[in-house]
Design a protein around this ligand. Structure first.
Ligand SMILES: [Mg+2]
Length: 246
């Protein structure tokens, strides 16, 4: 056993950091995302392909909050599609966007029970999500919110994964060192190598809904994986995954 792995194995997980889309929440399929784009594009009166291209191309800026609030972002997208919506049209497009985005929030059945069990075991819980304004807006209403000590949303903090700053920020808010954290995600946004680069131990969640999922960056990961969120509860058990053990 190497010096580094001995050091890791002497640790217990002080915190578990979760991704949101595709991890605590089921993935939305590429087809579903396209249908969402069709709704907004129809309101704006632009071709869906043009709108979808504008959405895709602006993701790094939208995820960092650089295009302003939802209304300002919608006006930016409309202009990128060659139209200038009036206030009523813009409001209707924002409403369509909110509605489609809220449809992508589908918590896995074991999400809240797993987070609750972690809290009961004294493990701190964090969230790091690359997202736009809609997720932090609905976050307080979600049944997992009460179990998350530090939710970090890219759109609010101005950085996204895999920038080390976003992982270090959640650690700072949790009061834990990266080396004492396990990071769990489906792997989009190069989040797993990003987590390991700051010293966290990363686990990829592999779930059936990932097969048709819309992903932004191709996922390549040969590290450890789990097939259910509840698997993280075994992390500190003697016979659990060899990430942290007594
Ligand atoms: Mg994800």
């Amino acid at each position: 056993m190497s010096e580094r792995s001995e050091r890791i194995d002497q640790h217990r997980a002080g915190a578990v950091i979760f991704d949101f889309f595709g991890t605590l929440s089921e993935s939305a399929s590429a087809r579903e995302r396209h249908a969402g784009h069709e709704r907004v594009a129809a309101v704006l009166g632009v071709p869906v392909e043009v709108y979808a291209d504008a959405v895709r191309g602006s993701w790094p800026d939208r995820a960092r909050g650089r295009l302003g609030d939802l209304e300002a972002t919608m006006r930016w997208l409309a202009r990128a599609c060659g139209v200038e919506p009036d206030d009523e049209t813009c409001a209707a497009a924002c409403a369509a966007r909110r509605s489609t985005q809220s449809g992508y929030v589908r918590l896995r059945p074991d999400a809240a029970p797993t987070l609750r069990a972690l809290k009961q075991r004294g493990v701190r819980v964090g969230l790091v999500s690359d997202c736009t304004h809609e997720l932090p807006a609905c976050w307080p209403t979600l049944p997992v919110a009460g179990y998350v000590d530090a939710p970090v949303f890219s759109v609010e903090v101005g950085v996204k994964k895999p920038d080390p700053a976003i992982y270090l920020l959640v650690c700072e808010r949790l009061g834990v060192a990266p080396e004492d954290c396990v990071y769990v995600g489906d792997g989009d946004s190069n989040e797993l190598p990003g987590a390991e680069a700051v010293g966290m131990r990363a686990l990829r969640l592999i779930a059936p809904d990932h097969v048709d999922a819309h992903v932004i960056d191709p996922i390549s990961w040969s590290g450890r994986s789990i097939t259910a969120l509840g698997d993280v509860l075994a992390l500190n058990e003697p016979d659990g995954p060899q990430v942290f053990s007594r």
